[in-house]
Design a protein around this ligand. Structure first.
Ligand code: ADP
Ligand code: MG
Length: 371
């Protein structure tokens, strides 16, 4: 029986565990033990913190898997890459992982590749030269994700606090301060194999907006005029190459400025979280993205062939009791459009600080327009 090692066991990763099982793999899952669903769905679960790469690698040498994979998490992506490298399995290079998980290294790589980026600085405290930047600014930890400690700063008096916040959340105690890019935000979901990129879908992203930009929903598909779509592909492919992404899924976030320019926010060398990669791509296009991730992790060329026709698909996140009620009303009115409802975590009510503390979500899909 083929074996796959999966890093992470939360609700998002669970979709990959289920897909691997469906494809006939024996699943070996590593994660911090916290009662996550993957602990129960995996064939074998190992309660090891995913940051303890050496310990995981040691265990994996015994398992001898055919592939190691993960979706939707930067932290897990780092471990996947180190384990794959240690076992001589296919994957992106360690340089690619460095460039695609550190926001400062990433901006430098874009800049060196000649891709337009906002002005940016790396800091661990407030510094005089920062005043050369034009407001508004975005401050973020260099090496975190999931909207942790992201602040839009519209007044220099608030900069110090924003930097302190971001530095505190950063593993390497560094923040990146960059000029704010105006415009609507989208993401670019792709699969790469031996350096060749195929874009599978583009997603419209909705956030709570300033100051913390926590994702509130995602919708596929998006339609663009042909010349704009060409620009999107051009910029995003250059971005993927600049980060040396060669294999597996990627999730590129970008904005379209009011004057029609495509500007990259960041690109991850892994699937988009928030059910974008694990569910929306398949629902809206018929492309079996998770199967492609598993195939490329085994060194196999992904099959880029839709399994059904196009649909509208959306994930909506729950922040308040009103959101939960709205979801229940939706379910009562359009039961056939509900694809999945997550477990609800009401303990975070009233203090949602980032995407990991949202109450839950629901996924809807239809061949017709979604209300
Ligand atoms: N330079 C920027 N200009 C405008 N908005 C930004 C900028 N950087 C980040 N944002 C907003 O903050 C969100 C989170 O930032 P991002 O760099 O994607 O961090 P994370 O890893 O937490 O997702 C983005 O999706 C975007 O909405
Ligand atoms: Mg992001």
């Amino acid at each position: 029986m083929k074996k796959i090692v999966i890093i992470g066991a939360n609700d998002f990763q669970n979709q990959l565990i289920l897909k691997a099982k469906e494809m006939g793999f024996e699943t070996h899952v590593f994660a911090w033990q916290d009662g996550s669903i993957g602990e129960r769905t995996a064939d074998y679960f190992y309660p090891i913190d995913i940051k303890l790469t050496d310990k995981i690698l040691e265990k994996c040498r015994e398992i001898q898997p055919d592939a190691v994979a993960s979706i939707a998490s930067d932290l897990a992506n780092i471990t996947v890459s180190k384990v794959a490298e240690g076992l001589n399995l296919p994957g992106n290079s360690s340089e690619c992982i460095r460039l695609s998980t550190n926001k400062y290294a990433m901006r430098e790589a874009f800049s060196e590749a000649g891709i337009a980026t906002p002005k940016f600085y790396r800091v661990d405290r407030i510094e005089a030269y920062l005043f050369g930047l034009r407001l508004p600014l975005i401050v973020k930890p260099t090496d975190r994700s999931g909207s942790r400690a992201i602040t839009k700063v519209t007044n220099f008096a608030d900069l110090k606090e924003a930097i302190k916040n971001a530095v505190n959340q950063s593993f390497e105690h560094q923040a990146i301060v960059e000029e704010y890019i105006e415009g609507d935000e989208y993401s670019y979901e792709s699969i790469s194999y031996k350096g060749k990129h195929t874009n599978l879908a583009i997603t419209k992203k909705f956030t709570t907006g300033s100051p913390h930009f926590i994702e509130s929903g995602h919708r596929q598909p998006c339609s663009f005029p042909e010349d704009l779509l060409y620009k999107i592909h051009y910029v995003m492919r250059r971005g993927l190459d600049a980060l040396q992404i060669t294999d597996g899924a990627s999730h590129g976030e970008f904005k379209i400025t009011p004057d029609g320019k495509v500007r990259i926010i960041e690109i991850g060398s892994r699937m988009g979280g928030d059910c974008i990669g694990s569910d929306l791509v398949y629902l809206s296009t018929g492309y079996d993205y998770m199967e492609m991730v598993i195939d490329t992790a085994c060194g196999k060329e992904p099959v880029i062939m839709p399994k059904h026709g196009p649909r509208n698909a959306e994930v909506r996140f729950l922040f308040t009791v009103e959101d939960v009620k709205r979801m229940q009303a939706y379910k009562a009115k359009y039961p056939e459009q509900i694809y999945r409802i997550s477990e609800l975590n009401l303990s975070n009510l009233g203090h949602i600080l980032d995407s990991s503390t949202r109450l839950g979500y629901y996924i809807i899909h239809s061949e017709h327009d979604l209300p």
